[in-house]
Design a binder for this molecule. Structure first.
Ligand code: WTA
Length: 648
């Protein structure tokens, strides 16, 4: 890999960084050699009610998977995020809110945030919500979305945030899975100048069987437009919070009580409820946030994710607030009103740290340098990426054009399951190579195994696993521990299986090669091929569907669907559009196939299994390397698909 350029540690961070190269090496060594000692010390970075004396109790053995950290301690995570800042920084801004409309913004201090959280916490209690209940949050990117999460945590309710782009069908499925009894939503959302009918989606979801557990819908007024109202079920956010006290004692939680559930796509079945707990998650989210972004007093930090994803949970809300940071929440999108928006926001609020996804960088890169160069961006010190592999061209553009060759870049690899970043450079410690997530964070012990589960040494390529636990690791699939074991611990015995492929180079740097399972990564969002297939076959005209990913310039991966129609239906462009709309209503916009190809039949093995490998080759136009097709039941099926390949 000698032709790959290495960038030395950034000059600015050589001077100021919290962690330099020697410190990284020493701390990493300590975290691996004596995890109990290491985490006993670093667990103290958050506030505990009853201090822990037991640090770690972990088994990755398939028959007995269990993960516990700091497990005799008690705490309430909101005390670290709010109460402890009041004395020193009560009047400091906690959240800068930047509205979709560039003329709207707001600043909320730690004290104001504390009182907002306490009010909603009391209001939820008055609605009968209690410790252990699951509260669904389906909100736009407004301050009250963070308030809702923290208010749940304050009273020990488990929050389940659903991204505002998901459909009523998806909401209903998630509500049913976790038996949620309350939904916090808004009348409407506003994004890129468009209105999103959030309350209507909730109404439609609750009309479905299965969602009957929901007794209360709390509605935040964002636009004030007319909405349908169900008396006895719906309450206005402002009514119930105005009536509530602004002080609410924090519920005492065990370190291992659930803090939240977040649904994420896997290679099979419905999305699963990834469960994170109160203690270890907060320790890990706050520690990674501080060191990876070199967060120091006064820095203005902006993560562009939506709170509906894990990145929003860990790096807009919990990590930054636990660190007393100034965290920016952006309601809009990078290309509204125009493609300079991000940099205008950076200049307006003097942002020092900017964290986004490669798909956004690629889209902005396509619009050329001028929209970037017309802004100053001189406040920027550090640029981060997350969510998918970043191609070196996009990395270089980010570095040279956005960062003016002055900013450090951190390519952070992690997952909903990991709670926080596991592979990443630290800006003052680790030289970077464009396209590599570089080295493990403290406590993360990566390994690469072959398909038989043998651990590979030195320079190699294979499946990325982790050999031991870290405090931010998910503890279970909510309500289905068997699925947790089967998904992550059955394939390679004794290891946490990430589902990603990776290569390790001669410097020990990790290069993520993408998912090795049937999970797609579309614009940094996870989508299971099985989910899209089952949405397609739910349509009355279809008899079969097979979905694969293909390389897409902006999205990273696009969705390519092969669809077989039932007898009597015609293969028309109108029907293609109808199927796309149908998937949108079944799952949401992010699942809509980019391409649908009619398939009189899909290739199967003689035992009836769909041969996705071949479908992937056709979708990617790699027709010279189809590989072995001798197991096909009917080889002419493939010839037909090749002849009628849809053009991208
Ligand atoms: C991918 C997002 C390459 C990966 C935090 C992982 C990445 C999945 C990177 C998790 C990165 C995330 N380089 N690939 N820096 N970061 N991924 O659960 O395939 O939405 O398994 O969590 O995104 O997506 P998730």
């Amino acid at each position: 890999m000698s032709e790959i350029k290495t960038y030395p540690v950034n000059e600015y961070f050589t001077e100021r960084a919290l962690i330099n190269t020697e410190q990284y090496q020493a701390m990493y060594q300590a975290s691996v050699e004596d995890p109990e000692g290491f985490w006993a010390e670093h667990g103290q970075r958050i506030e505990w009610m009853k201090p822990y004396s037991k640090i770690k109790d972990v088994s990755f053995a398939y028959d007995d998977v269990h993960i516990r950290w700091f497990y005799d301690g008690t705490l309430n995570p909101t005390v670290s995020c709010l109460d402890r800042h009041l004395a020193e920084r009560g009047d400091q801004t906690a959240i800068i809110w930047e509205g979709d409309d560039p003329t709207t913004d707001a600043k909320v201090t730690y004290r104001a945030l504390y009182h907002k959280v306490c009010r909603l916490a009391n209001a939820l209690k008055a609605q009968g919500i209690k410790k252990g209940d699951v509260v669904t949050i389906y909100m736009p990117m407004v301050v009250e979305a963070a308030v809702a999460m923290l208010a749940c945590a304050r009273i020990g309710a488990i929050h389940s945030v659903i991204f505002g782009g998901f459909s009523p069908e998806s909401i209903a499925g998630r509500v049913e899975d976790c038996q949620s009894n309350c939904i916090i939503t808004a009348d409407e959302g506003v994004r890129g100048g468009k209105i999103i009918p959030l309350k209507k989606n909730v109404d439609d979801a609750l009309a479905k069987p299965g969602a009957a557990t929901v007794k209360t819908v709390v509605v935040f007024q964002r636009t004030g437009n007319d909405i349908e109202w169900t008396e006895g079920r719906d309450v206005w956010y402002h009514d119930i919070t105005d009536a509530a006290s602004d002080e609410c004692a924090p519920e005492e939680m065990s370190a291992e009580d659930p803090l939240f559930i977040l649904y994420t796509s896997g290679s099979t079945g419905k999305p699963k409820g990834v469960m994170h707990t109160c203690g270890g998650y907060l320790v890990y989210a706050s520690m990674t946030h501080q060191y990876i972004f070199d967060y120091q007093e006064g820095d203005i930090y902006w993560c562009t994710a939506d709170v509906g994803w894990i990145t929003g949970h860990s790096y807009i809300v919990y990590g930054p607030l636990a660190n007393g940071a100034v965290t920016l929440m952006f309601e809009g999108v990078p290309n509204y009103p125009d493609v300079s928006r991000c940099w205008q926001v950076v200049d307006k609020h003097k942002v020092n740290v900017f964290y986004t996804a490669p798909t956004a960088i690629r889209a902005l890169m396509q619009a050329g340098d001028d929209p970037v160069k017309s802004t100053s961006r001189e406040s920027l010190r550090l640029l981060g990426t997350v969510g998918e592999p970043i191609n070196p061209e996009a990395w270089e553009w980010y570095y040279h054009v956005v960062g003016d060759e002055r900013c450090a870049i951190v390519d952070t690899w992690w997952q909903t399951e990991t709670g926080g970043v596991l592979l990443t450079p630290l800006p003052g410690a680790i030289p970077v190579k464009p396209g590599s997530a570089t080295l493990p964070f403290f406590g993360a012990i990566p390994g690469i195994v072959d398909n038989e589960g043998n651990l590979l040494e030195g320079v190699c390529e294979g499946n990325l696993v982790f050999k031991d636990s870290w405090p931010g690791q998910m503890r279970s699939v909510y309500g289905d521990h068997q699925r947790f074991k089967d998904t992550y611990f059955a394939t390679y015995k004794g290891y946490y299986c990430s589902g990603d492929g990776a290569r390790r180079d001669e410097d020990g740097y990790y290069w993520i090669t993408g998912r090795v399972d049937d999970v797609l990564n579309v614009s940094g969002h996870r989508m299971g091929t099985a989910e899209v297939e089952s949405a397609l076959v739910a349509h009355h005209a279809t008899s079969e569907a097979a979905v694969v990913g293909y390389p897409h310039d902006i999205k990273g991966q696009g969705i390519y669907a092969y669809v077989t129609l039932k007898k009597g239906y015609e293969e028309t462009d109108e029907l293609i559009q109808e199927l796309k709309d149908f998937v949108r209503s079944e799952i949401g916009g992010i699942a809509v196939p980019d391409i649908i190809q009619w398939a009189p039949a899909v290739p199967k093995t003689r035992s009836g299994k769909i041969m996705r490998r071949i479908l992937r080759k056709i979708a990617c136009n790699e027709l010279d390397s189809m590989g072995d097709t001798s197991t096909l039941a009917d080889p002419t099926v493939v010839d037909n698909l090749i002849a009628n390949r849809a053009h991208q």
